[in-house]
Design a protein around this ligand. Sequence first.
Ligand code: SF4
Ligand code: SF4
Length: 334
Amino acid sequence: MGVPVRQSMRLGTYLLKQKLAHRDKFPLLVELEPLFACNLACVGCGKIQYPAHILKQRMPVEQAIAAIEEAGAPMVSIAGGEPLIHPEIHVITAELIKRKRFVYLCTNALLMKKKMDKFKPSPYFAWAVHIDGLRERHDQSVYQEGVFVEAVEAVKEAKRRGFRVTTNTTFFNTDTPQTVRDVLDYLNDDLQVDQMMISPAYAYEKAPDQEHFLGVEETRELFRKAFGDGNRKRWRLNHSPLFLDFLEGKVDYQCTAWGIPSYSIFGWQRPCYLMSDGYTKTYKELVETTDWSKYGRGRDPRCANCMAHCGYEPSAVLATMDNLKESLRAFAGR
Ligand code: SF4
Ligand code: SF4
């Protein structure tokens, strides 16, 4: 199962509406971070470094829903921290689904089996399980043994119960085309998840390990080689074809971080969930008071190696919309 037709149609209609309304900045997906606490300590994480009093905070349900309604995005990715630690995460999810938002619940899976009863399969809901590699590589990346096995069991159980299950894999410069192929082959063919997201790691200023992040050329070479031999077409990747072209270096874009904004317990994060140059109370204020021309590769040194989907997937989606041939290619999933 690729992106469900209902979701593609909804996104297409939403984009058309923005165009007809001459709205030039709008969110495609909101990264909702209702807490920063986590039950793991991954090496590249930029969220769990906050002081204890911040890590203790949980976003109230009403606040989360109001933010998503104000922004108007059709898709929401709930991340963190570990969202399943939030005692009302199932309520936030259910309220968003009730409002016909497509929800991805990002999780490291440690609490997934325990909390699964609180969720129901829905065309508006998908788990997004964090799996960075095969057993040894993943457990190393999250600094805890047994997490890979736990995640795999949780994925199987969720699929058995009829949930849509996707995965999210971050690659570092310790990866090779072969390790990329190994994990994506496993997720695609053995575990048979519905779709897979991939991301080159971004060097968060707060991340304790600053050595293992990929540069732009390294990223392009890694994905170009990994995607060869027909893998790119075979894998059920949850990205637009032009974003995959971008990862391979076939096209280049400027960052459009307003397309996948981040809302956390601090507010709307400027300019994206990877960097924090302050916060605003509303999405409207974020869009109107941010000088977007300051951000992106070649504009801000902190963006130099960024090829993250929060900045460049919206650019790829907008380029797709502007081109009939690319729209058809995206619909065909290539
Ligand atoms: S699971 Fe996610 S939030 Fe938790 S430490 Fe790892 S990267 Fe950070
Ligand atoms: S390039 Fe865009 S998405 Fe990446 S860090 Fe800079 S502002 Fe954020």
